[in-house]
Design a protein around this ligand. Structure first.
Ligand SMILES: Cc1ncc(C[n+]2csc(CCOP(=O)(O)OP(=O)(O)O)c2C)c(N)n1
Ligand SMILES: [Mg+2]
Length: 295
């Protein structure tokens, strides 16, 4: 499944990844509606280009990923394990964490997720310190939302990561909201400027453009891997689905507009239609078969 193409950073390969994420998460929402999931789900529908673009720039044999409550896309981009994820969210014993971790507590090889906002910042920086000490050459990548940047733990983590030149990349997925609170009601100043007083470089990118995300992530990771210290990749995007399920009070026109510039539409503008249709169909079949076997 997935990664049939050698160049993980090609738009075609990233489209495959995005299609897998979109299909799995759309099906998870459906399964939730049917009462088949254990606990809640937060989907990254509309934010897939960030997972696809960043993770295609990592060395999957050694780099470490620390994800958050909206982490299914990061997980799928990392390992493509749709069956392990779906079973996990259903609370089944053949889930990747035996059905005990659920949607927000995924772990496989070098992938870890946790739902406490900001909680993974000191953990990620500690892991980066361990990798530096071991001289492994690995980079630790943390994903966090715009709302999470209100947590003070980030600023202590920035300080240590910069002071000790740790191989830590924070990828911010700014979807403009923390649950139902728009960014402007929660955050003073520009979030992309937050790491600058620590001397941490920031790259700002259109988070719905998989190629742009990938290019910026590659440059940032290459620099961090040389031992030059941490960085932030600030991606602007939009969450197309509700925060978790039936809790959406955003303007309906705003959501409709966002569907016209979401990452898969954007990728399709540059790819042959037959290629995209074939990927969509193959992923739909694969996910349908997985679910039929689990339900
Ligand atoms: C410390 C903490 N406080 C509150 C919550 C509840 N909570 C879960 S997601 C969320 C909003 C997060 O917004 P953001 O960081 O922008 O991520 P997004 O959901 O938009 O991807 C909140 C308040 C939490 N998980 N952890
Ligand atoms: Mg947000």
């Amino acid at each position: 499944m997935l990664k049939t193409l050698e160049n993980r950073g090609s738009l075609r390969a990233m489209y495959e990844t995005m299609a897998l994420i979109r299909t799995v998460e759309t099906n998870l929402l459906d399964l939730f509606g049917k009462g088949k999931l254990r606990g809640t789900v937060h989907t990254g529908i509309g934010q897939e280009a960030i997972a696809a673009g960043v993770i295609a720039a990592l060395d999957l044999d050694r780099d470490v990923i620390c994800s958050n409550h909206r982490g299914h896309g990061h997980y799928l981009a990392y390992c493509g394990d749709a069956k392990g994820l779906i079973a996990e969210v259903m609370g089944l014993p053949h889930g990747v964490c035996r059905g005990v971790g659920g949607s927000q507590h995924l772990h496989k090889r070098n992938f870890y997720s946790n739902g406490i906002l900001g909680g993974m910042a000191p953990v990620s920086v500690g892991m980066a310190m361990a990798e530096k000490t071991a001289q492994s050459g690995a980079v630790v990548v943390q994903f966090a939302g715009d709302g999470a940047l209100a947590e003070g733990a980030f600023y202590e983590s920035f300080n240590i990561a910069a002071l000790w030149k740790l191989p830590y990349l924070l990828v911010v997925e700014d979807n403009g909201y923390a649950q139902s609170t728009p960014k402007a009601l929660e955050q003073a100043g520009r979030l992309a400027d937050r790491p600058k007083p620590f001397g941490i470089p920031v790259a700002e990118v259109d988070g719905n453009d998989a190629e742009a995300v990938h290019e910026a992530a590659e440059a940032m990771i290459e620099r961090i891997r040389t031992g030059d210290g941490p960085g932030m990749l600030y991606c602007t995007t939009y969450r197309l689905a509700p925060h978790s399920k039936g809790d959406d009070i955003r303007d309906k026109q705003e959501i409709a507009d966002a569907w016209t510039r979401e990452p898969m539409v954007r990728a399709r503008e540059k790819l042959p239609g037959e290629f995209c249709d074939a990927v969509d169909q193959s992923v739909a079949n694969e996910v349908r078969d997985i679910i039929e076997a689990l339900v």
